[in-house]
Write a protein that binds this ligand. Structure first.
Ligand code: ZN
Length: 92
């Protein structure tokens, strides 16, 4: 499996597949997303527009703010969402 993020497919129909790709690549490269602080559910990366990403709980639906837009670095946006999601009370 490649450790590189594929270019975003500029087709709305491909968004779900692309998000699955993001989750697969990032899970292999980085520490996993922590479970949801509210319900213990599994977290997933998701995105709404090109290069904008957030982390969302698949169980209760709570989520981080959305990071990035079409002008920002995609990977940086993903990392910002992950860092926000994984931050817990007591962390510096
Ligand atoms: Zn939850």
């Amino acid at each position: 499996m490649s450790d590189k993020l594929a270019p975003y497919p500029f087709c709305v129909d491909d968004e779900e597949q692309y998000i699955a790709h993001i989750n697969e690549v990032l899970a292999a490269q980085f520490p996993p997303l922590l479970s949801c602080p509210f319900c213990g559910g599994e977290a997933t990366y998701t995105g709404h527009v090109v290069n904008a990403f957030l982390v969302r709980c698949t169980k209760c639906g709570c989520m981080t703010p959305s990071y990035g837009d079409e002008l920002t670095d995609r990977k940086k946006s993903i990392m910002q969402a992950r860092d926000t999601w994984n931050r817990r009370v007591g962390d510096e």
